[in-house]
Design a protein around this ligand. Structure first.
Ligand SMILES: O=C(O)CCC(=O)C(=O)O
Ligand SMILES: [Fe+2]
Length: 294
């Protein structure tokens, strides 16, 4: 269940933050698209910024055990963000927002993603064969109203709830349609199918985006039988349960690191004055440890 002290929080000291900002000002974001450069720059940052390595190790361990962590007082800087995020894995410039090669995507109010609408619970990059393992969200500026809260739900809590209703197993079948956004000129929309939940060795993962799945069900829903449709409705219903939800306001300088396959995330709506809200986002691949499977 969502506890009071989740996600765990750590504060970056001013001295670490200032040294990391100084370190970052001497680097260029373009170089950091390369994984080898990311490793080398992270190693230099660990060496040059006293205390940074321990803080990042603590944060990475928290993401592994608790699936999310917040580092407060983080410098608002793309390079500092990329350096810290790369402690979790490889920062991937692919599929991070509408532009093709974006290491750091600025999450801001826009016509395609207006802040007045809530962003319902989802996982990112659900159409990829392997969705990104982790996300990093750095708050540059919250909404001045204090709306636009971040919402997190653990896949394992949703699965526990559904298992009790005998609706977990259908959701693990790879039959759920996700509509892939396509070019206006494309002949017909592409629909891929995936499980929404997987459960193995005590670990539950989730892949879900309401817009993609709703469109997928409309396009290919006839292939979902009553049992699978019923389980999908139960899943959607369970996401609304307040006791499974943790909501909090990200403040300027809060860096949220989390597991994109073990948590769903979303955002509550933002009133017009909150259009200046601004986050920075990095998407990460699990780093390949020596000898591990690809
Ligand atoms: O605006 C937010 O807080 C949510 C952002 C989000 O879902 C994302 O960037 O993937
Ligand atoms: Fe997202």
């Amino acid at each position: 269940m969502a506890g009071m002290h989740w996600p765990p929080r750590h504060v970056m000291s001013n001295s670490i933050g200032e040294a990391l900002a100084r370190f970052s000002s001497a680097r260029h974001a373009d170089q950091l698209r390369d994984e080898g450069v990311q490793r080398a720059v992270l190693d230099s940052a660990r060496e040059e910024v006293a205390g940074l390595g321990d803080l990042l190790d603590t944060a990475a361990a928290a993401v592994r055990s608790a699936h999310a962590v917040i580092i407060e007082n983080f410098p608002v800087d793309d390079i500092a963000l990329a350096v810290a995020a790369s402690a979790l894995g490889r920062a991937d410039a692919g599929y991070n927002g509408p532009r093709p090669d974006t290491l750091v995507h600025d999450v801001v109010d826009s016509a395609v993603r207006p802040y007045r609408d809530p962003d319902p619970l989802h996982t990112d990059s659900p159409m990829l064969r392997r969705p990104h393992a982790y996300l990093a969200l750095l708050c540059v500026r919250p909404s001045p109203n204090g709306d636009g809260e971040t919402v997190l739900v653990r896949a394992a809590d949703v699965a526990d709830e559904l298992a009790g209703q005998d609706r977990l197993r259908p959701l693990c079948d790879p039959c759920y349609p996700f509509a892939v956004p396509h070019d206006p000129g494309a002949q017909r929309p592409v629909v891929i199918t995936n499980p929404i939940l997987t459960s193995a060795e005590g670990s539950t993962t989730v892949r879900y985006c309401p817009v993609r799945v709703t469109a997928g069900v409309q396009l290919a829903g006839h292939r979902l039988d009553a049992q699978h449709l019923d389980a999908l409705r139960a899943f959607e219903h369970t996401l609304q349960r307040p006791e499974l939800t943790t909501s909090f306001l990200l403040r300027a300088g809060d860096l949220l690191l989390f597991d994109n396959q073990r948590l769903l995330h979303g955002r509550t709506d933002v009133r017009p004055a909150g259009a200046s809200r601004h986050l920075k986002r990095i998407k990460l691949r699990a780093s390949r440890s020596p000898g591990a499977e690809a």
